[in-house]
Design a protein around this ligand. Structure first.
Ligand code: PLP
Length: 426
């Protein structure tokens, strides 16, 4: 099949209807699939044949969307999950059992931090959290004998730190482990981490990929590039007795990791996406490239306005030349980063609350990366469970406003900010 560019793939990849079939990806709302013989179905259970037998493990609607996202990221396979949280959990647990250790950037989404710091620690996995701008020597020093992967966000939520993916990948590979990158904020339209050495990519598809705030979902994408046969990953290179002794690397080659994630962990954890949600996600993906362009141009206009306004204490947006991450953003995301801006208003936490109350177009929601402009105060919402020290490590200050610029007319977004700023009295 012809190779298309990413914006064409956003529309067409993954679903190629044949003569007389529906032009639009259908929702296959069925848990089961019929076969002529028990033997034919048995081959599916033995992983000798491919096909659908139960929607927890695979479904035609999910499959098409998985193929589309794998094409967008440039991977060998993808697996949709019920949420971004499930994607983060499965991406690590797939290769890091109890007794394992993970090197992790401290600039990550608060929910991911909780998952790692509390739940996965309770599951027996140890984590070393490291400043994302740590020097390479410091990064290398964080590895242990039992380290099984490195985890970071391309562009962190909400602190907008740009990870030096090449440096993280270099350190991970020098220690024989893969780099997992959460690429939620830039999306593959703005950054394809595999091109810089990342091995596994995850997303909360709840964000820009969907873009309309209509489904919660996640995805894991496998680059197919990591050499698992270095003795550190017996779960992939030794027989899986729960699957008739299958050796994933032998039977599935470059798709070993993503196949195990499905046949082992999706089988056991059941955190699959629903066909309806996969359909909705696909509608969002169709316009992803167009929307990302508009999110970025609108956000740059807002960031420049805020930076020039004397009532604003600070603005963080990697596309601004003043950002300490501008050079990394230009390297990894030359066409723009995302629509999210962080800023502080003079007057601190109280002024931040006042500004948010007076916004009319922008709504106060927990959500981010939506086509509607929305706003949030991380310290009192998404990150409220963190201690002051953890907040500082995650790059969240008490006065931080996370402003998620939508795709409305930019003048309307600016007018809304201007009228709200007029009303701040602190
Ligand atoms: N990763 C990032 C960067 C996020 O921003 C989020 C949610 O905000 C998640 C993961 C978790 O995703 P979900 O809310 O879909 O479970």
């Amino acid at each position: 099949m012809k190779e298309y560019r990413i914006d064409t793939n956003c529309i067409h990849a993954g679903y190629h209807p044949k003569n007389g079939e529906p032009r639009v990806l259908p929702i296959v709302q069925s848990t089961t699939y019929t076969y002529d013989t028990a033997e034919a179905m048995g081959k599916l259970f033995d992983l000798e044949d491919s096909g659908f037998f139960y929607t927890r493990l695979g479904n035609p609607t999910l499959d098409a969307v998985e193929q589309k996202i794998a094409a967008l990221e440039g991977g060998v396979g993808a697996m949709l999950t019920s949420s971004g949280q499930a994607a983060s959990l499965i991406s690590v647990w797939n290769i890091c059992r109890a007794g394992g250790h993970v090197v992790c950037s401290s600039a990550i989404y608060g929910g991911t931090f909780n998952l790692f710091f509390k739940t996965m620690r309770e599951m027996g996995v140890e984590f070393t959290f490291l400043a994302p701008n740590a020097a390479e020597e410091e990064l290398n020093a964080a590895f242990r004998e039992n380290t099984r992967c490195v985890f970071a966000e391309t562009l962190s939520n909400p602190s907008l730190v740009v990870t030096d993916i090449e440096m993280f990948a270099r350190a991970a590979h020098a220690h024989g482990v893969p780099l997992i990158v959460d690429n939620t904020f830039p999306t593959p339209v703005n950054c394809r981490p595999f091109e810089f050495g990342a091995d596994i990519v995850t997303h909360s598809t709840t964000k820009y990929m969907d873009g309309h705030a209509v489904q919660v979902g996640g995805v894991i994408v496998d680059s197919g590039n990591f050499p698992w046969e270095n003795g550190k990953f017996p779960e992939l290179t030794e027989p899986d007795e729960s699957y008739h002794g299958v050796v994933y690397t032998k039977q599935f080659g470059r798709a070993a990791y993503i196949t195990k994630a499905r046949t082992h962990l999706m089988r056991d954890l059941g955190a699959q996406a629903s066909p309806q949600n996969a359909f909705l996600l696909n509608l969002g993906l169709e316009t992803l490239a167009l929307r990302m362009q508009r999110h970025c141009s609108n956000a740059l206009a807002v960031a420049k306005f805020l930076e020039a306004d004397p009532r604003i204490a600070w603005v963080d947006y990697p596309d601004l030349e003043s950002s300490p991450y501008h050079a990394l953003a230009e390297k990894y995301m030359p066409h723009g980063t995302c629509g999210v801006i962080s800023f502080g208003v003079k007057g601190g936490r109280q002024a931040a609350s006042q500004l948010m109350e007076h916004l009319e177009l922008a709504s106060i929601v927990t959500h981010v990366a939506d086509l509607r402009t929305c706003v949030l105060h991380p310290a009192s919402t998404t990150h409220r469970q963190l201690t002051d020290e953890q907040l500082a490590e995650a790059g969240v200050t008490p006065d931080m406003i996370r402003f998620s610029v939508g795709i409305e007319n930019p003048e309307d977004i600016l007018d809304d900010l201007k009228q709200a700023l007029e009303k701040v009295s602190v």
